[in-house]
Write a protein that binds this ligand. Structure first.
Ligand code: UTP
Length: 493
């Protein structure tokens, strides 16, 4: 039991903040009621202030410069369709992946702690209606996928979801309201990630969101590797006998929550953390580049890859740095555990595990310290600090990359739709729905269903293929299908 009194807590907070020139955080403390005082002190005590002070010097007052590693080459990948020499390995990998799933050794993990500012949806992104006809929310799409896998492999697949303190309550309420989408509540674990204070871009001062609270934002998807451990999710995985985590993002309604082949390749090669890639459509496509740096798979952001490297071609005419990251990973439970528990050189458990911080300039509403009023800036005024999950890849001794198919499994929703009459925005609800229809059309055409197409090849209909029905192209083989889709129609298969 803690014996610290409110007075002691305030004195300790004052001392900590004063030591790094952030005592303004307590400007309104005396005006707060008891609940407000407790909330602010809880926040202050939850922040690693020496780390914040160091980051203000390195990432706010200075802009960290990207240092191009001396030796960099493209990372090798497993192609989507196996070459002759890989055919036997793919068959073994598929079997291995299926065996893992059937044995209950695989769990799903969705990172859903982001703020989704670009989409501008009022609520957690997972609640966004994503499918073209049924308007199924993203979380419901993922639940359908899990139902499919559970039926197919006669197993229960645990689902871990990382939220942030900003959207945790709403996310839980959404699952509750929808009765966990027919999944078992005890197999779904929702936990929040850690937060970082937003910092004034010029002064490095911590911004206040209200008199009783610091302007905090989630610490990036890299925070998931710590949150999995501190939340007890890893311990829960051990209890259930789960050994592999299938890591996916919240923004893609057709994401393969669990992919036997990918998991099988990752398992056979004894990798700690692996990734899926898409061949980039053009040299500077906004996807991280999978490279090999000092023998380790490393993602170099599109903005950091020099043009001359980005534009290099191989003999087949394709880009030399072709593999783009789509933020899908297979991660061994033991890899996450090792990161969080290995002793550092100082002997402190877990202290050696740190991902690099990244600086983002954003607009952050904050309190004016003289008036106590909220200011809504119209240009970026703050630095937010985030870590990225892919920065853990070089920490894995073995890390494989598998090529995914763009239409089969990638229809992300990141940006808001363009205003009516204007060209479609990339990675928007409209582009996602168009890709979902195209995917359904291709899979139906494979089964000889006549799909209407316009002169430019686009589908002249809206088609939705629920994930309970099909998650792989051949799943439609045994389905009763219409012989044709009428032009201009809307069809749920
Ligand atoms: P994005 O990079 O798309 O960021 O996240 P975002 O915060 O969702 O959206 P914007 O940039 O504000 O528009 C990619 C994935 O990582 C998760 C997101 O929820 C999404 O699934 N994420 C991101 C977290 O879980 N936590 C974070 O701190 C950041």
């Amino acid at each position: 039991m803690t014996t610290t009194t409110p007075t002691d807590r305030l004195a300790a907070a004052r001392e900590t903040l004063a030591a790094i020139g952030q005592e303004h955080v307590l400007t309104f403390f005396d005006q707060l009621d008891d609940a407000g005082k407790t909330q602010l002190l809880d926040q202050i005590e939850g922040i690693d202030w020496p780390e914040v002070a160091a980051l203000i010097a390195s990432h706010v007052k200075a802009k960290p410069q990207f240092e191009m590693p001396g030796e960099i080459e493209p990372a090798p990948w497993y192609p989507h369709t196996p070459t002759d020499d890989l055919r036997a390995k793919y068959i073994e990998a598929q079997r291995t992946g299926e065996k893992l799933i059937r044995a209950g050794k695989v769990c799903c993990f969705t990172v859903a702690g982001g703020q989704g500012t670009r989409l501008g949806w009022d609520g957690p992104k997972g609640t966004f209606p994503a499918t073209p006809i049924r308007k199924l929310p993203l979380f419901a799409c993922f639940a359908e996928y899990i139902h499919n896998i559970q039926n197919r492999f006669e197993v229960k697949v645990p689902w871990y979801i990382m939220t942030s303190p900003i959207n945790d309550r709403q996310t839980r309420a959404f699952f509750e309201k929808h009765s966990y989408f027919g999944l078992k509540k005890e197999n779904i674990m929702i936990f929040p990630q850690a937060m970082m204070p937003a910092l004034d871009m010029t002064t490095g001062k911590v911004l206040l969101a209200a008199k009783d609270s610091i302007a905090l934002s989630p610490n990036g998807h890299g925070g998931s590797l710590k949150a999995l451990f501190t939340s007890g999710a890893i311990a829960d995985m051990h209890r259930r006998g789960v050994t592999q985590i299938s890591y996916t993002q919240v923004d893609n309604p057709i994401v393969r929550m669990v992919d036997p082949l990918f998991l099988g390749l990752h398992e056979i090669d004894n990798a700690g953390m692996s990734s899926k890639m898409l061949p980039k459509a053009y040299p500077k496509e906004k996807l991280g580049n999978f490279c090999k740096v000092h023998g380790k798979v490393t993602v170099i952001e599109y903005s950091n890859l020099p043009d001359e490297l980005a534009e290099q071609r191989t003999d087949d005419g394709g880009l030399r740095f072709r593999a783009g990251s789509i933020a899908l990973h297979a991660i061994k439970v033991s890899f996450v555990e090792k990161l969080n528990t290995r002793p550092s050189e100082s002997g402190i458990s877990g202290a050696s595990f740190a991902l690099p911080w990244n600086r983002a300039e954003k607009k952050v509403d904050h309190l004016d310290l003289t008036t106590g009023e909220v200011v809504a800036p119209d240009s970026p005024n703050a630095v937010k600090l985030e870590t990225f999950v892919f920065d853990a890849l070089p920490m894995s001794d073995v890390s494989i990359i598998y090529e995914a198919d763009r239409v089969d499994e990638f229809a992300p929703i990141k940006n808001a739709d363009a205003p009516e009459g204007e060209p479609e925005n990339p990675d928007s609800p409209a582009s996602s729905k168009r890709i979902q229809t195209e995917r359904a059309a291709r899979w139906l055409e494979k089964q000889r269903v006549k799909v209407p197409r316009r002169d430019d090849g686009t589908v002249d209909a809206v088609i939705e293929l629920p994930q309970v029905t099909a998650i792989f192209p051949d799943d439609l083989e045994d389905e009763k299908l219409p012989s044709r889709i009428e032009p201009g129609s809307e069809v749920v298969i």
